[in-house]
Design a binder for this molecule. Structure first.
Ligand code: AGP
Length: 610
């Protein structure tokens, strides 16, 4: 996700726009740029790196303009570079745009525009918008934006300016944020209120497909057909810190709720119209995939748990033997690998020292290396043969949430793709699964909107003073249990064990005493009945059972003392839903104990040391 901000008013806006970007820096900061309209032309500045770099060259821009747009980038398409930084302009240099989100059909639009003679200067999806405006402009920026919007697929917000109408900004959104700030004779458009909260607290929130036309005279919102739309101004009483968190009390809670969009972004452009998975940039050919004899997965912490889901998925759909190890162990083993081994390195930061070392060991042993990461330009992307990006957006909370969920989705997509290539999974099965995957972002959004947090918070508060938890899961539910336990450990500091449910009777059951809380991942699966037996075993020792179960499973509420229901999906996809109540449970337990959720003690967001 990126940060966008625009200004029209009576004041020089160079520094106003830069201050707005500073407030949006949490949304991404691998490159940035500003475009001002000054004396009938664009004054455009780009920088690579965080906003300190832009600030160091800001003086190169005159500060006389009172109309401009600005952008801080979180790369999803194309490395962080000056060419890929926004704002983007068209061939004629008369239009400039900034965009947040993903234009799913940008390749088709780009091909169409190139055939018509348009020349592109970046690798991004966003640049197509500037050329669409150039092509359709006929004296009205509003109409040109409407025409561009109607050609674009995906979910995005973009803001456009043109030197043909130097006092006008036009903005439009589709399933991503856009907010308008109403000042005294000056107006703002932005991805988030925080960008202009210091200037005005009076805002309106346009809806999807509404055209927002901003001039010094005010703001006009219309439908695509030109019908006026009234949005009553609201006064935001958030403090600046809350505004950066989008009104959530912590970044972690905000990021839990960003998971539907993160999943949708990670899915984007990775399913063909006929329902199959289509991936590129893997650094391994289809013939090499067919010749593979082994997959090795290396990762740390939460990423290791996503890798465990990948183990089950690759075995099930690609029919390949999969070995998985924590990177810190793998790097000091003497693993047997060769050219027919694919090593998958999973790291949201792309900078974890142990994972990088494990990758290098695998590469030395002759394996092909595929990195799954959330950060374009990170070290793993420079050392792997291929990369599969998650598109979770910047994750501020130290405890991984949305990056985990997008990693799980990435390994599921990869496993299905490899199964397609190796012809080890029926294409009808792939189509059925991709159809479910297509709906999961909406399903998860509905789940989160249904307000499960209140019940989960109640249960978490009731158990938060316990000094021991046992988490259990079976098969594809085991990585979910491991991840749920890690979340509780790392943000509430409560000692917690997590085990394969079938293994618990071989020792850990000795830990249980009357009232011990046991969390079980009991979503629908072919091993559900086995899990029920394990639950009876712990209940016989006086345990209190908290279960995650699939909607419709009424038996779960008989078996367990507390049940967190999630939407029922194919068991292999169930981690995408099942982990979310456990993220919330850990969150509210930590909150009940007054812990610092976003910056837990002893932890760092990126572990670049051994
Ligand atoms: C996740 O909640 C933890 N903060 C930690 O285990 C993390 O997953 C691990 O350090 C790996 O980080 P990476 O994905 O950036 O490699």
């Amino acid at each position: 996700m990126c940060g966008i901000v625009g200004y029209v008013g009576g004041r020089p806006c160079r520094d106003i726009l830069f201050r707005g970007l500073r407030k949006l820096e949490y949304r991404g900061y691998d490159s940035a740029g500003i475009s001002l309209i000054h004396k009938g032309r664009f004054d455009l500045l780009h920088s690579v790196g965080n906003l300190d770099r832009l600030e160091s060259v800001l003086h190169q821009m005159e500060n006389g303009s009172t109309v401009g747009i600005a952008h801080t980038r979180w790369a999803t398409h194309g490395r962080p570079s000056n060419e890929n930084a926004h704002p983007h302009t068209d061939c004629s240099g008369r239009f400039a745009i900034v965009l947040n989100g993903i234009v799913e059909n940008y390749l088709a639009l780009r091909a169409e525009l190139e055939v018509e003679g348009h020349s592109f200067t970046s690798e991004t999806d966003a640049e197509v918008v500037a050329h669409l405006l150039e092509r359709s402009y006929d004296g009205s920026l509003r109409e040109a934006v409407a025409a561009a919007f109607q050609r674009m697929e995906g979910h995005f917000t973009f803001v456009a300016v043109t030197i043909e109408e130097p006092e006008t900004i036009v903005a439009v959104r589709k399933e991503t944020p856009l907010v308008v700030g109403l000042g005294e004779g000056e107006y703002f458009v932005a991805s988030a209120v925080s960008a202009f909260l210091a200037e005005t607290r009076t805002v309106i929130f346009p809806d999807d497909a509404e055209l927002v036309v901003v001039t010094r005279g005010g703001v006009e919102v219309t439908t695509m057909d030109g019908l006026a739309v009234e949005h009553a101004p609201e006064v935001v009483d958030w403090d600046e810190d809350a505004a950066e968190k989008g009104g959530y009390e912590t970044f972690m809670l905000k990021e839990i709720h960003e998971q539907p969009v993160a999943l949708a972004d990670t899915l984007s452009q990775r399913m063909s119209r006929d329902g199959l998975v289509c991936l590129d940039g893997l650094g391994i050919t289809d013939d090499e995939i067919r010749a593979l004899q082994q997959v090795v997965i290396v990762a740390c912490g939460t990423s290791y748990h996503a890798g465990l889901v990948g183990k089950y998925a690759l075995e099930r759909w690609a029919r390949l033997p999969v070995e998985i190890d924590v990177a810190s162990e793998f790097r000091y083993r003497d693993p047997v690998m060769g050219p027919n081994t694919l090593c998958i390195a999973i790291s949201q930061s792309g900078e974890t020292a142990d994972t990088l070392a494990a990758m290098r060991a695998a590469r030395t042993a002759g394996a092909r290396i595929l990195a799954i990461t959330n950060i374009v330009g990170s070290q793993v992307t420079r050392e792997a043969h291929g990369v599969l990006f998650t598109r979770a957006g910047l994750e501020i909370g130290v405890a991984a949430t949305k990056t985990f969920l997008t990693q799980v989705l990435a390994v599921q997509l990869l496993s299905l793709y490899m199964g397609q290539v190796r012809e080890t999974v029926a294409l009808d099965k792939v189509r059925a699964l991709t159809d479910e995957l297509r709906h999961i972002p909406t399903l998860l959004n509905s789940y989160l909107d249904s307000g499960p947090a209140a019940d989960i918070e109640r249960v978490a508060a009731a158990y938060a003073k316990n000094r021991f938890f046992l988490y259990l899961g079976r098969n594809i539910g085991l990585p979910v249990a491991l991840e749920g336990a890690l979340k509780l450990k790392e943000i509430s500091y409560i000692p917690t064990e997590s085990y394969a449910a079938g293994e618990m009777k071989h020792g850990p059951i000795a830990l249980l005493e009357d009232g011990s809380p046991v969390v079980v991942v009991a979503t629908d699966s072919h091993v559900y009945d086995k899990l029920v037996s394990n639950v009876q075993e712990v209940k016989a020792r006086g345990a209190h059972v908290i279960a995650v179960a699939s909607e419709g499973n009424v038996g779960a509420s008989v078996m367990a003392d507390e049940v967190f229901y999630v939407p029922a999906v194919d068991e292999m996809l169930s981690p995408l839903l099942g982990v979310v109540p456990l993220q919330l449970f850990a969150y509210y337990a930590a909150k009940a104990n007054g812990e610092s959720v976003d910056q837990p003690r002893n932890l760092a967001k990126t572990v670049t040391v051994e």
